[in-house]
Design a binder for this molecule. Structure first.
Ligand SMILES: Cc1ncc(C[n+]2csc(CCOP(=O)(O)OP(=O)(O)O)c2C)c(N)n1
Ligand SMILES: [Mg+2]
Length: 355
């Protein structure tokens, strides 16, 4: 048995502030890795910002904004191998883009179109989980299965601070820990569960403290520092591959955008704090780091943004070019032997829609 360490208190950081706090470095990351991380963050940021516009234009449905969560997503995925499995929540809806999933697929998902359904085996990315925390046991089971088969892959489950209060989080975390399954429990602690603040969510000092109760290490990292997130996840991945079981990563940030396009946070959030967080948002911080390191030029920043904008532009065009789905799909796949009433209900629905 490995010893249970007390959870870390301090947030791990690599990126400085360009003034009093010096920049650090991550061993093993070369210039091309730093730029690949940058490209990933720009793609996610562009996807997210455009999606809010597409929602306002009525081109996608309700959308869960992940502005300022890009560092957590890009940094952690970069620490994985292609054979490792990703279990996203709605907050990580576009994480498949980092595995080569077309932009149109994710946009189709938000359009409620079947073109947004993908085969998880194509990308090793599970379906986007909307119920809070129910994917944690799925990820634990997949990770355990990999271990039983003697395969080297691990799994990562993304969930929020609110999810740590759910039974399914507990069941998944406990099961994975007992089985020493190769799982990374990645908690995006943006300090809000819609309008419920972290202080009303838990009486624990930190969410990483919960890891102690499962007998796994708990790591706290600045969630807006892409390099610190990468490093913490890389450590967790090597523990997982070495047979040492799960790691709980608490990536701390502050939600600087509404929970989703249907939310108006002005009623509950600390607006001054939001402005402070916007001023130190993760992409700008990383860009400044890369410029201080002499790795990023204006031309490269511009061409990266143009490339991402083009990918999202053609993604929405492709999503909108999909023919409308047949409403018969609503009635399929739920029953092996559908109830007799379905045929009449479908006929009625077609009549309503055609009329
Ligand atoms: C089981 C379940 N209960 C309630 C909800 C409604 N709900 C949607 S988002 C949300 C808040 C989740 O907050 P958190 O886990 O912190 O994730 P975040 O949205 O901040 O990324 C809730 C309660 C749900 N989707 N699933
Ligand atoms: Mg949250």
């Amino acid at each position: 048995m490995t010893a249970v360490l007390p959870a870390e208190r301090d947030l791990r950081r690599v990126i400085g502030d360009g003034e009093a706090i010096p920049d650090g470095e991550v061993e093993g990351l070369e210039e091309r890795d730093l730029l690949e991380l940058y490209r990933s963050m720009v793609l996610l940021r562009t996807y997210d910002e455009r999606s809010v516009v597409f929602h306002r234009q009525g081109r996608i449905g309700t959308y869960a904004i992940f502005w300022n969560h890009e560092a957590m997503q890009a940094g952690s995925v970069y620490a994985l191998e292609r054979e490792d499995w990703i279990f996203p929540s709605y907050r990580e809806s576009a994480i498949g883009l980092l595995r080569g999933m077309p932009v149109s697929t994710v946009l189709s998902w938000w359009r409620g179109h079947p073109a947004g359904w993908w085969n998880p085996l194509d990308y090793n990315v599970a379906s986007i989980c909307v119920p809070i925390g129910t994917h944690v046991p799925h990820a634990a089971g997949l990770a355990w299965g990999k271990k039983l088969r003697g395969e080297p892959a691990c799994a990562i489950a993304y969930f929020g601070d609110g999810a740590t209060s759910e039974g399914s989080f507990h069941e998944g975390a406990n099961f994975a820990a007992v089985m020493r399954a190769p799982l990374i429990l990645f908690c995006n602690n943006n300090q809000w569960a819609i309008s419920t603040p972290l202080s009303a969510q838990t009486a624990a000092d930190t969410l990483a403290d919960k890891a102690v109760g499962y007998g796994v290490p708990g790591v706290r990292v600045d969630g807006t520092d892409v390099l610190a997130v990468f490093e913490a996840t890389r450590d967790a991945v090597s523990r997982a591959r070495a047979g040492e079981g799960p790691t709980f990563i608490e990536a701390v940030s502050y939600r600087a955008a509404p929970h989703a396009t249907a939310d108006d946070p002005r009623a509950y959030i600390d607006l001054e704090r939001v402005e402070e967080e916007k001023a130190r948002e993760c992409l700008g911080r990383y860009e400044a780091y890369l410029r201080r390191a002499g790795v990023l030029s204006d031309e490269l920043a511009e061409s990266t943004r143009v490339e991402a904008a083009e990918a999202v532009r053609s993604g929405i065009a492709a999503a909108e070019a999909e023919p409308p789905a047949d409403v018969g799909l609503l009635f399929e796949h739920a029953y092996a032997a559908p109830p007799a009433s379905f045929a009449a209900e479908l006929a009625e629905l077609r009549e309503v829609l055609d009329g």
